[in-house]
Design a binder for this molecule. Structure first.
Ligand code: FES
Ligand SMILES: [Fe+2]
Length: 384
C-alpha cells in the first residue's frame, strides 16, 4: 500500500479503519493482510502508538534493590530503568550526554554507569559524576548534566514509560479495569520467571492470539484446554484503554489454589485476560498470572518480554517449575501457529475472514476499534 506525499495514511488503510468503527460484533471481520505486512504501516504504528502512548517495560520486582537496572531498545530509543540511590525507580534515556553512546547494557546491579567510550560516569539517579579531562571547557557544567528522565508510572506492579513529555497520566484512565481486577492484587504478586524472545510474527498477531479464547480448545487441546477451555470464555466490556475476557476453570483442576483473601469464590475460579494496547497483555489467575510486553522489531518479528508472577510464598520450587513448563509449552504452541499465520497474511490470496462471537473473538474486534480510534481518520463533530 502506498502513502500520500504528505505522509498521511493511504486512502485504503483509512477507509478500512473507518469502515469498521463502531460496528457490532456480529459484523466483525479480520483486517486485511497488508496491516500485518506493510512496512510503512508498521512505521505509522510505531510512530503513533509505541512512541506516543504508554508502554509497559516490565515489573518493579526487576529493580527491587537500589542499583538494580535493566536496559533495552524501544523502537530505536535506548532506555534504562534503574532503582536510584535515592530510592526512586526511574526511566532514563540511555544516551551519554557527551557524544551520545549508549551507556548501560543488559541488566544487573551497579553503583554507577560508565560510558565505555570516554568514561563519563553517571550515578543511579542519572546524574553525571565524573567527566575526565573536561575541566578546561568554558560552558560545560558537570552538575547540570544528567541522563534525561522519561515519564514513568507504576500500576499493579508494572512499570510504564511514555516518550511523549506532554502525554496525559495513565493510572486514572485505568480505573474501570482496576475495578474488575483489584481483588487479585497483581501488585503483590512476585516475579518468578522472566524471558525475552523474538517471535517470527507481527506484533498484532501475538497480541490478538493472547487475547482470544477461541483457540484455547483447538490449539491447546493437551494443555490449556484441560484447565481453561474455550466454552468457559466470557467477553468483558471494553474501556477506552483496555479490553479483555474472562475464562473459568474446569472441574478437572484440583481445587487447591491459594489466592488473595480479598477474592470471592467466583473470582478464585476465574481468570481475567486483559490487554493495555499497544504492548501489554496479562492473564490473571487467582494463584499466579502471566504477562507479555510486546514491541515490534519488523513487520514479521516481535520482541516479547514475558513473565510469571505468583501470589504468596507458599510455593514449592516444583510447583513453580510446573507452572513455568505449562506456560512455555502453551507459548510454544502459539509461537508455531503464529509463524504459519504470518505466512498466510503475506499471501496474495489472503482475504479478511469473519470473527467468532464476542465471547470468543470479541476482543479482536475491540483491538481493531482501538486501532481505528488511534490510527483511523478523526471523527467529525456534527454541529446542530
Ligand atoms: S560518548 Fe560517552 S564518554 Fe564520550
Ligand atoms: Fe494461546
Amino acid at each position: 500500500m502506498s502513502r500520500q506525499p504528505n505522509g498521511a495514511l493511504s486512502p485504503t488503510f483509512r477507509k478500512t479503519l473507518q469502515s469498521i468503527r463502531g460496528k457490532r460484533y456480529d459484523r466483525g471481520i479480520s483486517l486485511p493482510g497488508s496491516f500485518y505486512t506493510d512496512p510503512l504501516w508498521l512505521q505509522t504504528e510505531c510512530r503513533e502508538l509505541f512512541l506516543k502512548d504508554w508502554f509497559c517495560v516490565g515489573r518493579v520486582e526487576e529493580v527491587s534493590k537500589v542499583g538494580d537496572y535493566f536496559s533495552f531498545d524501544h523502537i530505536g530509543e535506548p532506555i534504562l530503568v534503574v532503582h536510584g540511590r535515592d530510592g526512586m525507580i526511574r526511566a532514563l534515556s540511555n544516551l551519554c550526554q557527551h557524544r551520545g553512546t549508549v551507556v548501560a547494557s543488559g541488566s544487573g546491579n551497579t553503583k554507577k554507569f560508565l560510558c565505555p567510550y570516554h568514561h563519563w560516569a553517571y550515578d543511579t539517579t542519572g546524574q553525571l559524576l565524573n567527566a575526565p579531562h573536561m575541566e578546561t571547557h568554558r560552558t560545560f557544567d558537570l552538575k547540570q548534566c544528567r541522563l534525561p528522565e522519561l515519564k514513568c508510572e507504576f500500576w499493579q506492579g508494572f512499570i510504564f514509560v511514555n516518550l511523549n513529555p506532554g502525554a496525559p497520566g495513565l493510572a486514572r484512565e485505568l480505573a474501570p479495569l482496576e475495578k474488575v481486577i483489584k481483588n487479585y492484587h497483581l501488585e503483590q504478586m512476585s516475579l518468578r520467571y522472566l524471558a525475552d524472545e523474538v517471535w517470527d510474527t507481527n506484533w498484532k498477531c501475538l497480541l490478538e492470539n493472547f487475547m482470544e479464547g477461541y483457540h484455547l480448545t483447538p490449539l491447546h487441546r493437551e494443555t490449556l484446554h484441560k484447565v481453561n477451555p474455550s466454552r468457559l470464555c466470557t467477553h468483558l466490556q471494553p474501556g477506552k484503554r483496555h479490553f479483555g475476557y474472562s475464562v473459568g476453570f474446569t472441574s478437572r483442576l484440583p481445587d487447591d489454589r491459594i489466592g488473595h483473601p480479598d477474592l470471592s469464590d467466583e473470582e478464585m475460579d476465574t481468570c481475567i485476560m486483559f490487554a493495555l494496547p499497544p504492548g501489554l497483555t496479562v492473564g490473571i489467575g487467582s494463584d499466579y498470572s502471566s504477562f507479555l510486553c510486546l514491541r515490534p522489531v519488523s513487520t514479521s518479528q516481535v520482541n516479547v518480554k514475558m513473565g510469571l508472577i505468583f501470589h504468596g510464598d507458599h510455593w514449592s520450587q516444583q510447583d513453580i517449575d510446573n507452572a513455568i513448563e505449562l506456560f512455555q509449552h502453551t507459548m510454544d504452541e502459539d509461537k508455531q501457529v503464529l509463524v504459519r499465520l504470518q505466512q498466510g497474511l503475506g499471501s496474495r490470496f489472503h482475504r479478511p475472514g469473519p470473527l467468532a462471537g464476542p465471547d470468543l473473538e470479541g476482543t479482536i474486534w475491540d483491538f481493531y476499534q482501538y486501532l481505528s480510534r488511534k490510527l483511523g481518520p478523526r471523527q467529525k463533530t456534527v454541529k446542530n
